[in-house]
Design a protein around this ligand. Structure first.
Ligand SMILES: Nc1ncnc2c1ncn2[C@@H]1O[C@H](COP(=O)(O)OP(=O)(O)OP(=O)(O)O)[C@@H](O)[C@H]1O
Ligand SMILES: [Mg+2]
Length: 538
């Protein structure tokens, strides 16, 4: 079988000439084929031999029974000949011929109380064993057969059987040697037949198992190895055979897994390239922004009242942009710095975000800041500003591209409140228990809702909304805004979700509503940045 596995034209030299990986693969394949095929062959042969052994004892017992019954029939015929003889005296020549034809030394026929004896001149001194076939039980048959096989040679036995036609019994005394020889010859024939049969069955079974099991398994293994060597190559994804059996199902499952792996890896490559590009852009952008900041500083000296009003905002915005570029460059990748939470009033930050996005709306959209005057949040203000700006920009873009829902003015609303979340096992009187609500132990959260009166997010887009690069026909959109916002909120130990669509009867507009949930007191462990870029679903 091992020869089957090694192509005859592949010598050691040509193997050595191949790349190392391929040689190793070929070696592993040879070993695999040899091992499994040979094992299957040996096992099959062993099983057939066991089956043959199990039928051997009954077969040889039946052979012996037939043999003895044949002799008894022949003896009976001989006895009939005796009956037909004209006188009680049988010629010695006829007696000898009759005994020879039966292969017996003595024949006794017991008929209606009368015994007829036919004996040869060389009577045995003693009989070694007597077998009465009339009283033989089923269990005696194989035992007597085995006894005959292993008996010492030269035994003389007497066999008794039923006499037909009203006779009581026929008994023959004979040498056991011819019976023994017959049984041994029969055993030899049986052994040869068994060997031939087991070889044929084992080869057929091995071929079948090779085709049905080993070959598909080998194909799977080879594919896994080849795919593992180049997991980004979609051409190496296994092509499922479409079979319904377990290996076919394994192939289909492997294909699905490989497809998603290829996608993930290509996505990661894409993101790595993007990260590099962002780092480069950041570098140059920071330089340009620094120049712009120098120029804007000079605006502060202009006496024009408009310039006086705009200059500080311009300087602050440029400052923020430069800090962001700097932070990204420090990390060298598109991963945000861990947040530095502190308590601050939310309302002014929302106001700042609205001012930043306001010019985009060109006065066509009303921004409503519903954050309570005194509501404080504990977060990184820089990062929360970026989250709010991303959500507000999305609202503006949605309203500009599709307009507001019928019967609703174009409006973006930011509302906020504190709520006591479900009990989270923190000890009563701990930080969460002392939330602004003064409620008993439980996890207090700040909820910030950014809603608009635009078209809302279609059901088909909901599942992929927070996946990197998902954007719905939005010119200039990169599909990263929500991923960035969600990453930043998660780094605070919070979450960014899209509320279910409002019902038609609700008092709220049917547009999109994004909900930011922030813990009132973010735990240190929760404030660890972990970018969704690294595991964003596709
Ligand atoms: N308020 C909203 N109303 C309707 N659809 C929205 C809204 N916010 C987000 N979306 C949908 O979610 C998609 C993803 O938004 P995301 O901010 O991640 O990317 P983007 O706005 O397309 O591009 P950018 O990276 O420039 O922000 C959008 O393309 C849009 O289809
Ligand atoms: Mg966006």
């Amino acid at each position: 079988m091992s020869e089957l596995a090694i192509p005859p034209n592949v010598g050691h030299e040509s193997l050595a000439a191949e790349p190392a990986a391929r040689t190793a693969r070929a070696g592993r394949r040879r070993k695999l084929r040899f091992g499994l095929s040979m094992r299957v062959l040996v096992l099959n042969t062993a099983f057939v031999m066991i089956a043959a052994t199990m039928i051997y004892v009954p077969a040889i017992s039946i052979y012996r029974s037939y043999w003895l019954h044949n002799r008894l029939s022949a003896a009976y015929t001989a006895a009939l000949v005796l009956e037909a003889a004209p006188s009680a005296m049988t010629p010695p020549e006829l007696s000898r011929q009759l005994l020879d034809s039966v292969g017996a030394r003595v024949i006794v026929l017991n008929m209606k109380g009368t015994k007829r004896i036919l004996a040869s001149s060389d009577l045995p001194p003693a009989v070694d064993a007597v077998y009465d076939l009339r009283t033989q039980s089923l269990g005696d048959v194989p035992l007597e057969a085995i006894e005959t096989l292993f008996a010492p040679s030269g035994r003389v036995i007497t066999v008794l059987g039923a006499a037909p036609m009203g006779g009581d019994a026929v008994a023959i005394t004979m040498d056991e040697a011819p019976l023994k020889r017959g049984m041994e010859a029969y055993s030899r024939r049986l052994l040869i037949m068994t060997l031939v049969m087991s070889a044929i069955v084992a080869i057929l079974a091995t071929i079948a198992i090779n085709i049905m099991v080993l070959r598909p398994v080998r194909r799977l293994t080879d594919n896994i190895t080849e795919f593992g060597a180049d997991p980004e190559n979609a051409a190496r994804i296994i092509e499922p055979s479409g079979s319904e059996h377990e290996i076919g199902q394994a192939e289909a499952a492997l294909a699905v897994m490989q497809e998603s792996l290829v996608r993930e890896l290509n996505q990661k490559k894409h993101l790595a390239a993007l990260g590099l590009a962002v780092a480069k852009i950041n570098h140059d952008m920071r330089n340009m922004l620094s120049s712009a900041q120098l120029l804007s500083d000079r605006l502060a000296n202009v006496t024009d009242p408009l310039a006086q009003r705009i200059a500080p905002k311009l300087v602050a915005t440029l400052d923020r942009a430069i800090r962001f570029c700097q932070a990204t460059m420090t990390y060298g990748r598109a991963v945000d710095e861990p947040p530095k939470p502190r308590r601050f009033l939310l309302r002014p930050l929302v106001e700042e975000a609205i001012e930043s996005v306001g010019p985009l709306a060109a006065g066509h959209i009303e921004f409503v800041n519903d954050a309570p005057e005194r509501l404080e949040v504990c977060a990184d203000p820089e990062q929360m500003f970026r989250v709010l700006v991303n959500l507000l920009r999305n609202g503006v873009e949605a309203l500009q591209s599709a307009g507001s829902a019928p019967g609703w003015p174009a409006e973006i609303r930011i509302a906020a409140r504190e709520r006591l979340g479900p009990y989270d096992g923190r000890p009563a009187g701990g930080p969460a228990a002392k939330g602004a609500t003064g409620a008993p132990a439980g996890r207090a959260e700040t909820i910030i809702e950014v809603s608009d009166s635009g078209p809302g997010v279609p059901d088909s887009a909901r599942a992929k909304l927070f996946a990197a690069f998902f954007t719905a026909d939005r010119a200039g959109g990169t599909g990263l805004g929500l991923v960035i916002a969600s990453d930043l909120v998660r780094a605070h130990g919070g979450s960014l979700t899209l509320a279910p669509p409002a019902t038609a009867s609700a008092a709220e507009p049917p547009g999109a509503k994004f909900i930011i949930t922030l813990p009132l007191h973010p735990a240190a462990s929760e404030a660890t940045a972990s970018s969704r870029f690294e595991n964003a679903p596709l």
